[in-house]
Design a protein around this ligand. Sequence first.
Ligand SMILES: Nc1nc2c(ncn2[C@@H]2O[C@H](COP(=O)(O)OP(=O)(O)OP(=O)(O)O)[C@@H](O)[C@H]2O)c(=O)[nH]1
Ligand SMILES: [Mg+2]
Length: 506
Amino acid sequence: MGSVLKVSERLEHLHRQYEQLARWIEQSGDSSYADRIRNLLNAAETEEGHSAVIAFCGLFSAGKSSLINALTKRNQLATGAVPTTAEVAEVRMSGPRGPVALLDTPGVDSTDERHREATMNALYRADAVVIVADYQHVEAEENLELLRMFVDEGKPLAFVVNQIDKHLDVELPFERFVQSVEEVLADYGVEEARIFFTSTLQTPHNQIDELEAWLLGFAEDEASGSDALERKLFDVAKAAIWDWAAPEIDEAAASVRAYFGYVPMSDEEASHMADQARQRWTEAQAKWEDARQADERRRQTIREKWMRLVELAQIAPYETTEKGRMYIESLRPDFKVGFFRAQKKTEDARRQFAEAFAEDLRTRVDNYLLIPLRNQVSDDIRREGELPADVQQSFVDQVTAVQVDVDLPFVEQQVKQGALVSSQYPYQYVKDVVGKTKRLVLGQLTPIADAWMERAEKAFEEAHEALREEVELAQKRYEAIDRLLEERQRVQHVIDSVAAGEVPSR
Ligand SMILES: Nc1nc2c(ncn2[C@@H]2O[C@H](COP(=O)(O)OP(=O)(O)OP(=O)(O)O)[C@@H](O)[C@H]2O)c(=O)[nH]1
Ligand SMILES: [Mg+2]
């Protein structure tokens, strides 16, 4: 975008975009980032003509102010043994492409929050950072932390060990000292920084001229103007956005840590973890489903066997059917018994036929339907064995209680008066009675079978609790890592949109 717009238009655009962004940050995040953005924008207006901004920071009394005085060859800054510099001060040094701004900052261990914020602003404004440590405090934790922070920021970095006039060669050869400093930095994981050994006094091994050359060389290489400004603004925006999203990210990360024991460093690693977690979940689910379905199918087969046993039971063989036929034929109008008191005799004969049929059928229903059914069901339930004995017994008892009252009223009720004349009706009647009987049995058996299926399924689930928990755990693991990935992508998306010149909408 830089090449299309003129520099002044680009600066204007940056101002507009980042002023809006500052307002967004004030509304949704930590307003100190908004202040930093405005500071950068204000500084940019007054900094016309700078080729680079270089900030000096470090613990108090390291010699930051003295070093800047020495580099600029003018005693502009106050120095002293007690914490001296209280505010960020800017001095100029002439460089190859115009003046270079050197920012002197208060000692970072300053406990005053305002100092700290002022220092942070200066550091965001800077194109490069010089961390100054005095000879005696090279290994101070604060110095090393500062170093690491700026290495992470990706800013060019110099580490200056000042006051080397305090070094005594008789105690330790200077080369050995240099080596030990390099080792400390390497141990701390910061190898990117250039190291200089300096003193504001005349002393051997003094690299203050090399430091000056590095600063000037840097000022020469440094892209100036809107590119540098945009990069700095963007750095602040990124920090603000990560900070803004921190609660969600931290929460998601905590849950990932809980399930995986660690938090992935890169999105790549996270998405690899998510793929694996999803696969485990799918596998666990398939294992669980397969087991459950196999079990369900087996029970379904048993249930169908019971139903078929009822449907196929031979409860009306030839003799029974004959009795039924005789009963129906006795109901026809042309059926007469005797001459004297024929009416009563006919009625008696009909009743006897009905009773004979009912009696025969009842025995058949018991022997060829209800008893075999009871035996089959109790065999199957006991063989399946997943239910406690008392629950098994209660299902057997329920099946034992299945009953059809095959008696006189029952057989009488099944007669269709209008069909009596048909020659086929006697056989149809027996079929109807058989059908009705079986429907009554099935009507009682079905809810018992269903209840058993349900209870057995519950028992299966209880017995396979571990498998189910495995599925749930796998799912939660996947959801945790997926959420972290999503949160990170969401942040990256916002950052990308800022890089593309937009302002986040929420
Ligand atoms: N021996 C020696 N003393 C130095 C050197 N540089 C600075 N000093 C002294 O160290 C003390 C602190 O120096 P300053 O330049 O004020 O240090 P500073 O880092 O700016 O300190 P604050 O502003 O308080 O954070 C002063 O008394 C300086 O005279 C050096 O190279 N050698
Ligand atoms: Mg100072």
